[in-house]
Ligand binder design. Structure first.
Ligand SMILES: *Cc1c(COP(=O)(O)O)cnc(C)c1O
Length: 392
C-alpha cells in the first residue's frame, strides 16, 4: 500500500471532485460581484442564493435564516458575541461546557474580561453534559446557552434537543457549534429548538475558509463584521462566491445519503475500535461508545507518548491526531480529555483517528497492523511498562 492513509477528517477533509468542478467557473469567467446590477453580477448572485437554498434544505431552515461567514470560528464568534452584546441589558450570564472548541471557549474567556459571567458545565466520563446541572446553572441573568453538537476530539454527541427545550422554556437563546455534526448527524433546526448553529464547509469535503451561521427568524444579534450591505446587512464583505458555491454543493452531497453513508461509516468505526481493543492491551476508548460521530475513534494507550505514535504512523504514511495541543512550545494535554477525567499521562497517550466515507476496511486492517507494532516498540522503551509486565 503506497498511498497516504488519511484518518484525520475531523481536522479537515479533501474537497470532492464535484465540489471543485462547481466552484471553478466562479474564479474565472463568472467573476462578477453579486452586488452589481449587470448580468455578470446577477449570475453570481443567483449562484449565492442557490447555495443558500441548499444549506437551508440541509438544515430544515428557511433561506432567510442562512448567513455566510468566513469560517466555523467566525460563526462561533458572531453567535456568542452577537448575542452577548445584543442582550447585554437583559443579563450578562452565559452557559457553555468545558469541552467546547477553542473558537467557543476563547470567545467566552474574552467576554469574561468584559464583565460577562460564564458557567463552564462539566461532562461525565463519556463527555456528555448533565441536563440537571444545566438547569441548575440557569439564572435570571442567563442570556445564552452555547453547547457543541458533537465533540471534535472524542466524537460524543450531546442531547441537543433536550438542551434546546430547556433553553426555550427559560427564554434563553441556544447556540450550537455543529461544525463536526453537519454531514454526519441528521439535523433539523426546527425540531431541535436550535436558535443559532455554526457550520464549516471544510469538515464535509467543501473548501476551507467558508462557513455558515444559521440564525432562527426573530433572533436578534449584533453584527460582528461591519461594512457594506451584504448578507442582508448582517455580515459585510463581498461574497466569497466560489467558496459559497462549493459549500452549497458539499452540503448537498454530505446530507443527501446520510443514513446509508453513516451505516457504512459507523460499521468501519466499530471495526477499528474492536480490532484495536482486541489486539492491544492497556487501551481505553475515549468518548461515548454509541452516542458518537460515525467516523470518530479516540483511544488512549497507557505507557506511550501520543506524539511519538503520530510520528511513527506518519513514517508509515498514516495521518492521525493526538490528544495534545502544542501551545507556546509545550505539549498541553487536551482540555477535553482532562474534562472526561483522564490524568495527564493517559491524555498524552491518546490517538484520534477520524474516518470519512473514503476510508476502507483494508485501510483499517493496515493501520491496526502498524499500530500493534508501533505501540509494542514504544512500550519496550517505557520503564513503567516493563515493570508492570514483570509483575504480571
Ligand atoms: C473545525 C472546528 C471549528 C472551526 O472551524 P474553522 O472553519 O476551521 O474555523 C469549530 N468548532 C469545531 C467543533 C470544529 O471541529
Amino acid at each position: 500500500m503506497s498511498k497516504y492513509i488519511y484518518m484525520d477528517n475531523a481536522a479537515t477533509t479533501p474537497v470532492k471532485e464535484e465540489v471543485l468542478e462547481a466552484m471553478l467557473p466562479y474564479f474565472t469567467e463568472k467573476y462578477g460581484n453579486p452586488s452589481s446590477v449587470y448580468s455578470l453580477g446577477s449570475e453570481s448572485k443567483v449562484a449565492v442564493e442557490k447555495a443558500r437554498e441548499q444549506v437551508a434544505k440541509a438544515l430544515g431552515a428557511d433561506k432567510k435564516e442562512i448567513f455566510f461567514t468566513a469560517s466555523g470560528s467566525e460563526s462561533d464568534n458572531w453567535a456568542i458575541k452577537g448575542i452577548a452584546y445584543n442582550r447585554r441589558n437583559k443579563g450578562n450570564h452565559i452557559i457553555t461546557s468545558k469541552i467546547e472548541h477553542h473558537a467557543v471557549l476563547n470567545t467566552c474567556k474574552y467576554l469574561e474580561k468584559q464583565g460577562f459571567e460564564v458557567t463552564y458545565l462539566n461532562v461525565d466520563s463519556d463527555g456528555v453534559v448533565d441536563l440537571e446541572e444545566l438547569k441548575n446553572s440557569i439564572k435570571d441573568t442567563t442570556i445564552l446557552i452555547t453547547i457543541m453538537f458533537a465533540n471534535n476530539e472524542i466524537g460524543t454527541i450531546q442531547p441537543i434537543k433536550e438542551i434546546g427545550q430547556i433553553a426555550k422554556e427559560n427564554d434563553i437563546v441556544f447556540h450550537t457549534d455543529a461544525v463536526q455534526a453537519v454531514g454526519s448527524v441528521e439535523i433539523d433546526v426546527k425540531d431541535l429548538n436550535v436558535d443559532l448553529l455554526s457550520l464549516s464547509a471544510h469538515k464535509f469535503h467543501g473548501p476551507k475558509g467558508i462557513g455558515v451561521l444559521y440564525v432562527r427568524q426573530g433572533v436578534r444579534l449584533d453584527n460582528l463584521i461591519h461594512g457594506g450591505g451584504q448578507e442582508r446587512s448582517k455580515r459585510a464583505g463581498t461574497e466569497n462566491v466560489a467558496s459559497i458555491v462549493g459549500l452549497g454543493k458539499a452540503i448537498e452531497l454530505a446530507t443527501g445519503n446520510l443514513e446509508e453513508k453513516n451505516k457504512k461509516l459507523s460499521a468501519l468505526r466499530d471495526s477499528l475500535i474492536e480490532k484495536i481493543e482486541s489486539k492491544i492491551d492497556y487501551v481505553k476508548l475515549n468518548g461515548h461508545r454509541t452516542k458518537r460521530l460515525p467516523g470518530n475513534v479516540n483511544v488512549s494507550f497507557q505507557f506511550i507518548e501520543g506524539e511519538s505514535l503520530l510520528l511513527m504512523l506518519d513514517m508509515n504514511k498514516i495521518a492521525g491526531s493526538s490528544g495534545s495541543a502544542c501551545t507556546s512550545g509545550a505539549l498541553d494535554p487536551s482540555h477535553v480529555l482532562l474534562a472526561i477525567g483522564l490524568d495527564h499521562e493517559t491524555a498524552h497517550g491518546s490517538l484520534r483517528l477520524s474516518l470519512s466515507e473514503f476510508n476502507t476496511e483494508e485501510e483499517i486492517d493496515f493501520v491496526v497492523e502498524k499500530l500493534v507494532g508501533i505501540v509494542d516498540r514504544l512500550r519496550q522503551m517505557s520503564p513503567l511498562y516493563e515493570k508492570i509486565k514483570g509483575e504480571k
